[in-house]
Design a binder for this molecule. Structure first.
Ligand code: SF4
Length: 344
């Protein structure tokens, strides 16, 4: 349908061709437009010099193409950059660009707020406001690239929000960002991180995408996990792990278990034993991180705590690494900048 709310950035090439057919324009114009949007990544229709003025006018009148405003930008001494990106409805999300040896990795948000209620997370304090569209997620990448002045090599959907609570838009984002005639990100360079919505893991598995799925585990015991992650009451850990096994079998991709060490809470020997058992259930890798004490709740852990925990896992044959903690001097805990700025 043609009206003034066409979300042009989220349109696939196929959809653009269908749209152009509808308005009586040749299909090759759709490829040209796609290239301006996703390969050259211009910010205005005026820059699309090989499109006739008549078509650019039509696009201006009928299709939304909005660049987010950079409301705040923080730069860490380790090179990590954090942006608070504002949309035209007044909502804002955080995006963090981190530099690794293998390139720039971007952590993007998938929702404004979150309804999952994890005890250690600042993003969930006021619940879910709304989900982001695929184009808003794409804009997080494209605007971050402009701010950073470097191509983004990988994306983790681990910022504000639960990606599988917004699955359709997330899959659309994935299709667009990995399109070889657009941004061309490698399939495996997109990581979707979930707190464990079992039915959505099955749904994603059945799509047979080659993205990386990461489960925020944080405790290997279901009852302990329920205390820090209420989603576990709805989808208990054994059910989520079955879904993860199904995902591995269907996609041939290993699962990443994210494990935030909270000293004295989930880093005892019994936790190690149970995590060893879980990691042995399927092809997996454990990413260990010390909890960010700038988040919510009275939780703490040092890098040393995380290293000790990972080394105990390694000694038992589990593939575990401690993730580098970046941007510690710029309030990089998820949701914190948004809360500070929007006084939530
Ligand atoms: S950790 Fe993720 S899933 Fe949990 S409340 Fe925060 S944003 Fe939501």
């Amino acid at each position: 349908m043609i009206n003034n709310t066409i979300d042009i950035l989220s349109y696939t090439k196929k959809e653009l061709k269908a749209l152009f057919q509808e308005i009586g324009e040749p299909a090759y114009r759709a490829n040209q437009l796609f290239s301006w949007l996703h390969l050259k990544r211009v910010t205005t229709y005026d820059e699309m010099s090989n499109l006739p003025e008549k078509m650019r006018r039509w696009l201006r009148e009928n299709a939304i193409f909005e660049r987010p405003a950079v409301l705040r930008k923080q730069i860490s001494k380790d090179g990590t950059e954090k942006y608070l990106l504002g949309f035209s409805d007044g909502n804002a999300v955080e995006t963090v660009a981190m530099e690794y040896e293998h390139g720039v990795s971007l952590c993007i948000s998938t929702q404004v707020g979150c309804r999952m209620g994890c005890a250690f997370c600042a993003s969930t304090v006021n619940g879910l406001v709304r989900s982001l569209t695929a184009s808003e997620m794409l804009m997080e990448v494209y605007e971050s690239e402009r701010q950073k002045g470097k191509k983004i090599d990988s994306v983790v959907l681990m910022g504000i929000g639960e990606p599988l609570d917004n699955l359709d838009a997330v899959v659309r984002f994935y299709e667009q960002i990995t399109d070889e005639q657009g941004y061309g990100m490698k399939n495996r360079s997109v990581t979707v991180s979930t707190c464990g919505i079992a039915p959505k893991i099955y749904e994603l598995a059945d799509m047979h995408k080659q993205l990386t799925l990461s489960l925020s585990l944080h405790s290997a015991f279901s009852d302990k996990r329920s205390r820090i992650m209420p989603v576990n009451l709805k989808y208990p850990l054994p059910e989520v792990l079955e879904a993860c096994k199904y995902y591995v079998n269907e996609t041939g991709r290993r699962i990443t278990f994210e494990y935030t060490v909270i000293h004295g809470t989930n880093d005892m020997d019994e936790d190690v034993n149970e995590l060893v058992r879980i990691a042995g259930m399927m092809q997996s890798h454990v990413n260990v991180i010390p909890v960010n004490s700038a988040g919510r709740g009275n939780f703490s852990a040092t890098r040393k705590d995380a290293e000790v925990f990972a080394s105990k896992l390694n000694a038992r044959g589990v593939n575990a690494t401690v993730r580098r903690t970046l941007g510690e001097d710029i309030s990089a805990a998820c949701g914190q900048l948004r809360r500070e700025t929007q006084q939530l």
